[in-house]
Design a protein around this ligand. Structure first.
Ligand code: ZN
Length: 249
């Protein structure tokens, strides 16, 4: 088998779970340097205070995106029955707040796409909106639902790599600067969350694919957490959503 990374060499930034946190997204975009593409793995809105601002920024950057469960519920495509009380009150606020243009853009997003040898989903390849991939057993169970060797997902808000090796799945906990070479093995990669990290590190998380070198690198970038928290409080959203940002939980 020949490994084909892409038709042309590119640097692609992959981000997930922005959750209406514009200060975090701005910091990520400012730190990217020259990248050729921006891929978004869903949960663009929900929790944070600036859904329209975030969507506008992504549209300005011609982002290629899939829909997350929060985006899905914010557009009215499904009820908020699966959400806890805090998430529900934030998604109801979001649904009432977003502009018709934001709602239309979110509604048009597919739940899965294939780009340059990667499957892009929010949750998992077999249940793109809702399933969490949080351990090697689940990663192994969902890999057959990929139509490419490499998959990108979000939803757990924790940066991770799951790598198939002789039919066993290994889990790599990644940190700022971790790199992984892509080969013939199947992989499922999570960039972590831009707008609400849950791995104890409050910095925004993302990854960059280098299609020429066949390499993935994870990154963290500090942003103005206090500003994002102030905007959440000013919008009248639940206090817990403001307080958790500084803790990265
Ligand atoms: Zn999320």
């Amino acid at each position: 088998m020949t490994v084909v990374y892409a038709d042309i060499s590119m640097r692609i930034a992959v981000v997930s779970d922005i959750h209406s946190n514009l200060p975090a997204l701005e910091a990520v975009v400012a730190s990217l340097g020259d990248v050729d593409r921006l891929w978004i793995l869903g949960d663009i809105v929900g929790y944070g205070a600036e859904p329209d601002g975030v969507v506008e920024r992504l549209r300005d950057n011609d982002a290629v995106a899939v829909r997350g469960n929060h985006d899905h519920v914010a557009t009215g495509a499904e009820g908020a029955d699966w959400f806890n009380v805090t998430a529900r009150s934030a998604i109801e606020w979001t649904a009432d707040t977003i502009s018709p243009s934001t709602r239309g853009w979110l509604s048009d997003l597919p739940i899965r796409r294939e780009e340059q040898g990667f499957t892009l989903v929010h949750g998992s390849p077999r249940d793109p909106l809702w399933e969490y991939i949080d351990d090697p057993a689940v990663a192994g169970a969902v890999m057959p639902a990929m139509t490419t060797a490499w998959g990108l997902f979000g939803h757990t808000h924790r940066p991770r790599a799951f790598v198939e090796d002789n039919a066993a799945i290994g889990e790599i906990r990644v940190t700022d600067g971790t790199t992984l070479a892509l080969g013939e093995s199947r992989v499922l990669l999570n960039p972590g969350s831009v707008g609400q990290p849950r791995d104890g590190d409050p910095r925004a998380a993302y990854l960059v694919l280098d299609t020429e070198q066949g390499r993935v690198t994870w990154h963290r970038v500090a942003y103005d957490v206090a500003l994002a928290a102030r905007r959440i409080r000013a919008a009248g959203l639940p206090e817990r959503l403001a307080g958790r940002l500084a803790l990265g939980v």
